[in-house]
Ligand binder design. Structure first.
Ligand SMILES: *Cc1c(COP(=O)(O)O)cnc(C)c1O
Length: 378
C-alpha cells in the first residue's frame, strides 16, 4: 500500500475493545493485576500505555522500522538514545546539528566521557577521516538545520557500518513521508515529533525508531529505565496530527518550492538555502534519497536592519521558535534554535545575523509571497 493509505490504516487504528475509530486516551498510571503469579501485559504506565503504544506502532511502521518509542520531547528521545553509548565512546556528528543536540553533547554527554567530533557531513571523506578506533556512532541530520545541507545517508551509513559504528539520523525536517533513513541502511531514526509529525504546534514530543531487534531491546530498556516517556493525552494528539501528515507535507512543500523560487529572484535576498532549488549543492543527493525537499528553507538578506524588519513585521508567519506547524513560522537561528551554540561556533557554521529560517505552513502561497514582497522590497 502507498504511504497515503498506510498513514490512515497502519498500526492500531481502531480500538480493539469498542471498535472506536479513535484510539481512547488511557489516562491511567497503573493496572489491576489478576493473579499474584502472573501479571498482565500492562502493569505500570511508564512501561506500557495502550495510547502511547498505538502511536509507537504507527511511527515504527511509517519509518519501515520494527519498533518505535515515544518520548516527552525530541530532546528526550535524542538524549535517551544517546544513552546507548558509554564512557570512552566517540561520536562523529554533523556540524550544523540542532542546537539542543549540540548542547547536550558538548555540555552533558561530554561530562560523562562521551566525546563528539563535529564535521561537515556533506563530504563522505570528511566523515570517514573523523572516525577513530573508539567511534561508536555517526549522528546526522539531512537536510540540516538551519542551512539545509544534505548528507548522502546510504554512503555515510556504509562508512559507519564498515567501522563498527551505528548511524543515527534526526529525520525531523523530512518525516517518513519524504525520507526513510532505515531503508538507506541507517540504524536509528530520531524525531522531534513536535514539528511536522504532530503538525499543529500544540504538543512537545519525540521519537526513536529502529529496525534491528537487539537495538530495539536496548532502547526499550532505556525508555523504561530512564523514564522520559510521552503521556497518553499527547500521544493521542500526535496520533490525530499524523493522519494528515501527507496532505500537510504535500501542500506546504508545494508552497515552499514556489517561495524558494521567488526568493532566489530578489535582489535583497543574498542567498537561499533549499534543496529543492537545482542550484543547491545537495539537490541531486536529496532527490535520490528522499521524495522531496520538504517545507523548510532559509535565506540571508542584505542587511541586519532588513532582517529585523522582516522578522518583526511578518504577520502570516509567526516570529517564533519551532517549525512544522499548520501556521508558517519565521525564525532567527542565531538567537533561537542556535542560541545555545557559542557565537564563534555559529560563525564557523555560517549561521549569520542575516539568516532567516522559514517553515511554510498551510496559508495560501500567494499571500505569503505578497507579504514577503511588501516587507523585503517595500
Ligand atoms: C526541535 C528539534 C529538536 C528538539 O525537539 P524538541 O521536541 O524541541 O525537544 C531536535 N532536532 C530538530 C531537527 C529539531 O528541529
Amino acid at each position: 500500500m502507498k504511504f497515503g493509505t498506510r498513514i490512515i490504516h497502519t498500526g492500531r487504528t481502531i480500538d480493539p475493545v469498542t471498535g472506536a475509530l479513535s484510539i481512547p486516551i488511557y489516562q491511567t498510571s497503573t493496572y489491576r493485576q489478576e493473579s499474584v503469579d502472573h501479571f498482565g501485559k500492562y502493569d505500570y504506565a511508564r512501561s506500557d500505555n495502550p495510547t502511547r503504544e498505538a502511536l509507537e506502532e504507527t511511527i515504527a511502521l511509517l519509518e519501515n522500522g520494527t519498533r518505535g518509542f515515544a518520548f516527552a520531547s525530541g530532546m528526550a528521545a535524542i538524549s535517551s538514545t544517546l544513552l546507548l553509548f558509554s564512557p570512552g565512546d566517540h561520536l562523529v556528528v554533523c556540524e550544523d546539528v540542532y542546537g539542543g543536540t549540540f548542547r547536550v553533547l558538548t555540555q552533558l554527554f561530554s561530562r560523562m566521557g562521551i566525546e563528539s567530533t563535529f564535521v561537515d557531513a556533506t563530504d563522505l571523506d570528511t566523515i570517514a577521516a573523523a572516525f577513530r578506533p573508539n567511534t561508536k556512532g555517526l549522528y546526522l541530520e539531512t537536510p540540516s538545520n538551519p542551512l539545509l545541507k544534505i548528507t548522502d545517508l546510504a554512503g555515510a551509513a556504509r562508512i559507519a557500518r564498515e567501522r563498527g559504528a551505528i548511524t543515527l539520523v534526526d529525520n525531523t525536517f523530512m518525516t517518513p513521508y519524504l525520507q526513510r533513513p532505515l531503508d538507506l541502511g541507517c540504524d536509528v531514526v530520531l524525531h522531534s515529533g513536535t514539528k511536522f509529525l504532530n503538525g499543529h504546534s500544540d504538543v512537545i514530543c519525540g521519537f526513536a525508531v529502529v529496525k534491528d531487534a537487539e537495538l530495539g531491546k536496548r532502547i526499550r530498556f532505556i525508555q523504561n529505565a530512564f523514564g522520559a516517556i510521552l503521556g497518553p493525552q499527547d500521544s493521542w494528539l500526535v496520533l490525530r496530527g499524523l493522519k494528515t501528515l501527507r496532505v500537510r507535507m504535500e501542500e506546504s512543500q508545494r508552497s515552499t518550492v514556489r517561495i524558494a523560487q521567488w526568493l532566489a529572484e530578489q535582489a535583497r535576498v543574498t542567498q537561499v538555502f533549499y534543496p529543492g532549488l537545482p542550484t543547491h549543492p545537495g539537490h541531486e543527493v536529496n532527490a535520490r534519497q528522499s521524495a522531496g525537499p520538504g517545507a523548510v528553507l532559509s535565506f540571508t538578506l542584505e542587511s541586519v536592519a532588513l532582517t529585523r524588519r522582516l522578522l518583526e513585521g511578518m504577520k502570516l508567519a509567526a516570529f517564533a521558535v519551532s517549525l512544522g506547524g499548520v501556521e508558517s513560522i519565521i525564525s532567527y537561528p542565531a538567537k533561537m534554535s542556535h542560541a545555545a551554540m557559542p557565537a564563534e561556533e555559529r560563525a564557523v557554521r555560517g549561521i549569520t545575523d542575516t539568516l532567516v529560517r522559514l517553515s511554510v505552513g498551510l496559508e495560501d502561497a500567494d499571500d505569503l509571497i505578497a507579504e514577503l514582497d511588501r516587507l523585503i522590497n517595500g
